[in-house]
Design a protein around this ligand. Structure first.
Ligand code: NAD
Length: 321
């Protein structure tokens, strides 16, 4: 296979490290740019194993020179770097804007100058906010209704990506991820996602904390599906200038999630309920028609299969491998 050159911003994070590992395994040349603010260098160990080539640059996307150096000789950019948390953005909206908007603008600008083939950007289902009726699938034609600074930053990034396509002809594709889960997702960060948090609570004999009544639902999506969507988005012919959902296409509420985790882990589940958090959307379900049509995307691993894989890895002590 021809060796292709990829830059993965945020490649030391949860999603980026899986993208990197897959591309290196396929024999490609991967460069990761990450400031290790939430990412970890250990996440990149599997990427160093070849057979492709791997290079790590510790640096910040907020620095244009760094972006320009990182983009040298690159064919495709998978832009994952971000301050990836709704509560964090509510605490410090300026910091979220600096990375997610200005940093993304640097990446787009440097990509245009370097004449890369395409930039695929990690956007988020949070851009939709709450829709009417509340349990309706979220379809890309809906107007964005950001309910947090994080969501607003992703809307902004999408607008820049689309503008760079319109004005400069830079090929850009924004993928709206819906609650991704999988190995390496940090269970211990104060901003941890709900699946690793619940799973490790159960495995450590602790009570999982539920904000609100637990009836809020999410379209939980296993990491392998996201890797697949990114690779498809690099080459799909009708994708440029578009925003496209990436999800499993089925939603589950938090109480269901706990039931299934309890069954798989064989642990007793006694949740502790706390007040609902500001900025959280209540229901989330993706419409996948556009992903199917434009990317030929089909979720490969469903919710329960994903949870079973995750529990098995955690129980074997291979969650971080
Ligand atoms: P993550 O925090 O594990 O990864 C983000 C990476 O970006 C980290 O390695 C971090 O060190 C790096 N980073 C942050 N600021 C940077 C900067 N200024 N310069 C260089 N690197 C920087 O999060 P993740 O879950 O892997 O998310 C990846 C992307 O997907 C993010 O853009 C996030 O907003 C988006 N997303 C994730 C989810 C999800 O469910 N995980 C859902 C929707 C969207």
């Amino acid at each position: 296979m021809l060796m292709v050159s990829y830059l993965i911003t945020g490649g030391a994070g949860f999603i980026g490290s899986h993208l990197s590992e897959t591309l290196v395994k396929q024999g490609h040349r991967v460069r990761v740019l990450d400031n290790l603010s939430t990412g970890k260098q250990e996440n990149l160990e599997p990427s160093s194993a070849g057979p492709g080539e791997f290079e790590f640059i510790k640096g910040d996307i907020c620095n244009l020179d760094t972006c320009q150096q990182a983009l040298n000789g690159v064919d495709y950019v998978l832009h994952q770097a971000a301050r990836a948390s709704v509560p964090r953005s509510i605490e410090d909206p300026l910091a979220t804007n600096a990375v997610n908007v200005n940093g993304s603008l640097n990446v787009l600008y440097a990509a245009k100058e370097a004449r890369v083939r395409r930039v695929v950007l990690a956007s988020s289902s949070s851009v939709y906010g709450n829709v009417e009726p509340p349990d309706a699938p979220k379809v890309e034609s809906l107007p964005p209704r950001p309910m947090s600074p994080y969501a607003a930053s992703k809307v902004s990034m999408e607008h820049y990506a689309s503008a760079f396509y319109q004005v400069y002809g830079l090929e850009t594709v924004c993928l709206r991820y819906f609650n991704i889960f999988g190995p390496r997702q940090d269970p211990d960060s104060p901003y941890a996602a709900v699946i690793p948090k619940f799973l490790f609570c159960l495995l450590r004999g602790k009570r999982p904390l539920v904000f609100g009544d637990g009836r809020q639902s999410r379209d939980f999506t296993y990491i392998d599906n996201v890797v697949d969507a990114n690779l498809k988005a690099c080459t799909a012919t009708q994708a440029s200038g578009q925003s496209i959902n990436v999800a499993a296409g089925v939603s589950h509420d938090l109480l269901e999630l706990l039931d299934i985790l309890g069954e798989i882990t064989e642990e007793r589940v006694v949740p502790e309920f706390h007040q609902a958090r500001a900025g959280d959307v209540l229901y989330s379900l993706a419409d996948l028609a556009k992903a199917r049509r434009v990317l030929s995307y089909e979720p490969k691993v469903d919710f329960t299969q994903g949870l079973e894989r995750l529990v098995e890895l955690a129980q074997m002590g291979r969650y971080l491998a």
